[in-house]
Design a protein around this ligand. Structure first.
Ligand SMILES: Nc1ncnc2c1ncn2[C@@H]1O[C@H](COP(=O)(O)OP(=O)(O)OP(=O)(O)O)[C@@H](O)[C@H]1O
Length: 324
């Protein structure tokens, strides 16, 4: 199969220079562009990334970022939650290292989104602990949780954009909220973030005129404006076409490789998970049936995992090939 998905190498074991980057996207231009055009495109791509990285570091208020701790950035330890007499998560554990991407897979209703809401403190587990950068969050009050949400943010399916504000104003919103930036700095950062998500042409549009996929890219740019260390995505490829799905996947990958963002992605899309994940959490009947590297997941012989592959192969025929 010519376009079989590649399994991502463990990012921690690959030298940065060998990792794919935004600049690799430019290789696609090689068949059509002149050497000069390529150099300009490459230079501006590199400049956009470096500028966002620099701004991300420079504009973070001093003392606002907790010092990195040794150990996982996110640690979900034996977490259980029930609604009424329905146990949704039963002693579920997983860990995500800084800069890693975890994909949470499983059939409908197994608690994937509930896990994200627990991580953001919107739901309290009945038992277990959740640490973010070493801090236990399940016992925090609202002000403590708001502090955590500055470092771990969420991109919702619908983008959760303000419909009355233009795209540019939506992205500027968290920058202005945070304070400390001159208006021209806000505008520069908005431009750079839109370049990073390759949507600069949308700056003056209202969200209602965007496609679902574009709204998600803008939501990612707005999430980045808050300078998070981790981004949680709930079904980022639902209701978008395969090309837009691939663009969103490429963007999540770039944020990992270029900005070191930690990602947790809830998805039904196996191809997406194969391309992006360092780690997989597979939820089934309240339990973590599998947690570990994507490569081991692909070889997992647990009958529940195998059944998921089989069902997925019905929905997406060429994923079956990838699983074999
Ligand atoms: N606040 C709540 N009160 C009661 N039940 C809830 C609540 N939140 C979620 N649930 C239930 O918990 C179960 C898991 O929900 P969740 O949204 O995590 O599923 P999911 O795995 O993300 O599924 P899908 O892939 O369909 O989005 C569902 O049965 C849902 O109805």
């Amino acid at each position: 199969m010519s376009d079989s998905p590649e399994i991502n190498p463990d990012s921690s074991s690959v030298p940065a220079a060998d990792q794919p980057s935004l600049l690799e996207d430019l290789k696609e231009l090689q068949s059509t562009a002149s050497v000069e055009e390529l150099e300009i495109a490459e230079t501006s791509a590199r400049a956009a990334i470096e500028a966002v990285v620099a701004d991300t570091a420079a504009n973070r208020p001093s003392g606002a970022t907790p010092a990195p701790i040794a150990g996982p950035f996110i640690d979900f330890d034996r977490v259980s939650i029930s609604f009424g007499d329905r146990k949704i998560l039963d002693q579920v554990s997983f860990q995500v290292g800084r800069g890693q991407t975890l994909c949470i897979l499983g059939r409908s209703g197994v608690g994937k989104s509930v896990s994200l809401r627990i991580l953001l403190g919107f739901l309290k587990p009945d038992s277990g602990s959740v640490h973010v950068n070493g801090q236990e969050i399940t016992s925090l009050g609202e002000s403590g949780l708001q502090e955590v949400r500055k470092h771990v943010t969420m991109v919702f399916q619908n983008g959760a954009l303000f419909d009355s504000l233009t795209v540019g104003e939506n992205i500027a919103f968290p920058l202005r909220e945070k304070g400390g930036l001159q208006e021209d700095q806000v505008q520069q950062l908005v431009t750079r973030l839109l370049n990073l998500v390759e949507a600069s042409e949308t700056i003056n549009l209202l969200p209602s005129s965007l496609s679902t996929g574009q709204r998600r890219c803008i939501a990612i740019a707005r999430a980045l404006a808050a300078q998070p260390e981790a981004i949680l995505y709930d079904e980022p490829t639902t209701m978008v076409d395969p090309i837009m799905g691939r663009n969103i996947g490429d963007l999540i990958q770039r944020l990992k490789l270029q900005l070191g963002i930690t990602s947790i992605v809830v998805t039904h899309d196996m191809r997406f998970a194969i391309r992006l994940a360092d780690l997989v959490l597979f939820l089934d009947s309240g339990q973590a049936r599998f947690f570990g590297p994507i490569r081991e997941f692909m070889e997992c012989t647990d009958p529940h995992v195998q059944q998921f592959f089989t069902l997925d192969a019905y929905a997406l025929p060429d994923v079956g090939e990838a699983v074999k």
